[in-house]
Design a protein around this ligand. Structure first.
Ligand code: SF4
Ligand code: SF4
Ligand code: SF4
Length: 243
């Protein structure tokens, strides 16, 4: 695997912590993300056939819901998916024009759409399905971690957080510096046993997921599982993302 130079293994790692225990799958984060970014950094975010039988479009944040467990005892699992701003993002190293890049100062992975040639190599290199192709413009787009909110001094300080975090009604989304062990998000990850998605691939995602608390895990193990529900859930998500 090609690695980024040491100089880009920055100390500041801005990212999200998403609580799979409290996410209710309401899609508010996805909608507010779309709304903000339709007027933002990569604007507009197109929709294709929005009122047709198979509506599609560019969404930086997508929510997937699954039934986990057995037929007699199941649990709905809601899984929000967006760019994880990986520390070793192969979406960046495969890009032939340098359009995909990772910022040294805060670790945010972005696309310079002025020099993107729309080859889609980056989307093939992303195992998390986090790249979004704009068919109208012929360029790749993706989550920016709302760089036009988090550094926006025209917004009140309390609103300088990603749109998805600001809107989540169950406070399942948290934003902060995961490179600082004393930040609130790092403490939350430590307390709740937050995990990387598909760590075996070596992309070192910055974003972390918090597994469901024990009390909410189905008493029966998930199908094809002999272990506890939290780990089984993460394996389930791994399988879903591998499809
Ligand atoms: S999640 Fe995908 S698009 Fe985002 S940094 Fe990682 S490899 Fe790149
Ligand atoms: S689609 Fe654009 S950003 Fe992605 S690899 Fe090709 S040139 Fe780079
Ligand atoms: S807004 Fe919060 S609760 Fe709703 S889908 Fe997004 S993360 Fe889950």
């Amino acid at each position: 695997m090609t690695s980024l130079p040491k100089s880009q293994e920055n100390a500041r790692k801005l990212g999200l912590v998403i609580d799979l225990d409290t996410c209710v799958g309401c899609h508010a984060c996805a909608v507010n993300c779309k709304e903000w970014n339709t007027g933002g950094h990569y604007a507009p975010l197109p929709d294709y056939d929005p009122y047709g039988k198979e509506p599609d479009g560019v969404w930086f944040n997508r929510i997937h819901s699954y039934e986990a467990g057995s037929a007699s005892e199941s649990k709905t699992v809601n899984f929000p998916r967006s760019c994880l701003h990986c520390e070793q993002p192969q979406c960046v190293t495969v890009c032939p024009t340098g359009a995909s890049y990772k910022r040294a100062e805060d670790g945010i992975v972005l696309v310079n759409t002025d020099i993107c040639i729309g080859c889609k190599l980056c989307s093939w290199a992303c195992p998390y399905g986090a790249r979004e192709f704009d068919e109208d413009k012929g360029v790749m787009k993706k989550c920016t971690l709302c760089i036009d909110r988090i550094y926006n001094e025209t917004l009140p300080e309390a609103e300088r957080e990603p749109a998805c975090v600001a809107t989540c009604p169950s406070r399942a989304r948290h934003f902060g510096d995961l490179g600082d062990p004393n930040s609130d998000v790092s403490k939350l990850v430590a307390e709740r046993g937050g995990v990387d998605l598909m760590p075996e691939l070596g992309y070192k995602p910055t974003n972390k997921y918090l597994p469901p608390r024990k009390s909410t895990i189905p008493s029966k193990p998930l199908e094809n599982s002999t272990s506890d529900g939290g780990n089984a859930l993460l394996r389930l998500l791994d399988r879903v993302l591998s499809r």
